[in-house]
Design a protein around this ligand. Structure first.
Ligand code: ADP
Ligand code: ASP
Ligand code: MG
Length: 453
């Protein structure tokens, strides 16, 4: 049995959905369970509808609702969707309007409302795909993932209950699977033990796919997207970036954590726990082998640097203690405070009297730091980026940090922090956001292309 997860780009329009139908059809012998994202751009629209409603901007809400209706109507028209599907989609969009109208009336969107709003996209896309497969004569079962994936709120995010998922899959999915039915379910969405809506974070369908894979102990977890696997760099910066045949779980996790959007950062973990291979494949070119992510790689590559990732919108925070040392209490207070405010800390560098750390999306950081009343001198620099070069053998090359600094210097770029991540398989540094493109291109040319050539 395999998991086939299709991302939003793979179901972006009717033609793409027909293509997905074909891909699934050809793999029915592998007994797939299909995990689907919302149609591309839909979750962005849903996310934008919340502040619009909460600020009373009803005309913007109307425009978003209209875009959602048109997008799905045109897909359903082209796919000749059945009447019950049209009714389902329109009823869900009507429920969405009611939620947003309530938000507009009270000028606030609480967690339950926002989670319900964000969940709509996957409910719509899966219903459409299940119908398309049914029309093809495939015995298909539309399963609502909210009945299987139970998640609890933990300070800043929903954490899925893997034990409960396994039990629910055993009870609810096995009878259907044993009956030879093809299951289509949603990625990204879940519900709380009380039945309230929940989501697993943006791009969370990859995570759902891996969780389902682990719960069902599948032979493989396939992530179908719009690139021919994990590439040596983000193709939007480097169109010539090449797919990697194989990666280790550790390399792929590192890459996802430091910004490669192709995989959700948590997605690998459930696969690691069961040792299930993950394959990243291109729905636009299904014949390509893609990237196989394994516990241990079986091929040796020529270059030490496998891939280069970057993360934008980073703020560099430097804390200088007035005392002789930065006490553990100050450090603990800093980290706890940032976590409470849902600030993800990435690279950290510490000396006796100074602490540098990088934080994502930190427009409200000055206010948060002020609240702390810490008695230390703090500087906040916005507009930074983390660049990380990833490869399992990095630590075997003692010259690499020096080589990177030399290359950056030649391009007139001075990194703020250069450090090995704790895992030793990625080397990261902080640069100005404006330098991302030049730096990624330069490092790719010198550390990947020249070595592979
Ligand atoms: P999906 O809709 O399938 O979930 P995403 O848009 O979330 O797809 O992720 C795929 C995108 O990730 C690619 O189109 C590409 O722009 C981006 N990306 C960034 N870094 C990489 C990389 N190293 N390899 C492949 N894709 C990458
Ligand atoms: N639809 C959700 C998002 O856009 C989840 C996903 O696509 O993985 O973030
Ligand atoms: Mg994605």
């Amino acid at each position: 049995m395999i998991i086939m997860k299709f991302g939003g780009t793979s179901v972006r329009n009717a033609a793409a959905i027909k293509n997905v139908r074909q891909i699934i059809h050809e793999r029915l012998g592998q007994r797939p369970l299909v995990v689907l994202s919302a149609v591309a751009g839909v979750t962005d629209l849903l996310e934008a509808s919340l502040p619009a409603a909460a600020s009373g901007n009803w005309s913007q809400v109307e425009s978003i609702l209209e875009q959602l209706r048109q997008k799905h109507d045109s897909i359903m028209r082209e796919l000749h969707s059945s009447n019950p599907v049209y009714d389902f989609i329109h009823a869900e969009l009507e429920k969405l309007r009611v939620l947003l109208s309530a938000t507009e009336s009270i000028r606030v969107s609480g967690r339950n409302i926002s989670q319900a709003v964000l969940s709509v996209g996957e409910l719509l896309s899966t219903r459409i795909l299940a119908d398309v497969l049914q029309q093809e004569g495939i015995e298909t079962e539309y399963v609502d993932a909210r009945k299987l994936m139970i998640a609890r709120w933990d300070r800043t995010r929903f954490v899925p209950d893997t034990k409960q998922l396994s039990g629910n899959c055993e009870k609810q999915l096995h009878p259907l699977l044993n009956d030879g039915r093809l299951i289509v379910t949603q990625g990204y969405i879940a519900s709380t033990p009380e039945g309230a809506p929940a989501t697993l974070g943006r791009n969370g369908s990859d995570y759902s796919a891996a969780l389902f894979g682990a719960a069902l102990r599948t032979d493989e977890i396939q992530i179908w997207t719009d690139t021919s696997g994990i590439l040596s760099a983000d193709p939007s910066i480097l169109p010539q970036a090449q797919p990697l045949a194989e990666m280790s779980f550790a390399e792929a996790s590192e890459l996802a954590y430091f910004g490669a959007k192709v995989l959700h950062p948590s997605a690998i973990q459930p696969a690691v726990s069961q040792g299930i291979p993950v394959r990243v494949l291109n729905s636009g070119d299904p014949g390509q082998p893609g990237t196989l992510i394994l516990r241990e790689k079986t091929v040796t590559d020529s270059s030490i640097v496998k891939s280069i990732a970057y993360k934008e919108n980073i703020t560099l925070l430097t804390v200088r203690s007035g005392e002789l040392f930065l006490s553990p209490e100050i450090l603990a207070r800093f980290f706890n405070h940032l976590t409470e405010h849902d600030k993800k800390v990435f690279a950290v560098h510490k000396s006796a009297t100074m602490l540098s750390l990088t934080v994502e999306n930190a427009d409200d950081l000055p206010h948060i730091i002020e609240e702390l009343n810490h008695g230390s001198e703090v500087s906040i620099e916005k507009g930074k980026a983390i660049v990380s070069v990833v490869g399992e053998k990095l630590c075997e090359d003692p010259h690499l940090p020096g080589q990177i600094i030399g290359l950056l210097e030649s391009a007139g770029v001075k990194p703020d922090i250069l450090s090995h991540a704790a895992s030793q398989i990625s080397l990261l540094f902080i640069i100005e956001e404006k330098d991302i493109e030049a730096v990624v291109k330069l490092l790719h040319r010198e550390l990947v292309e020249k070595v592979d050539a």
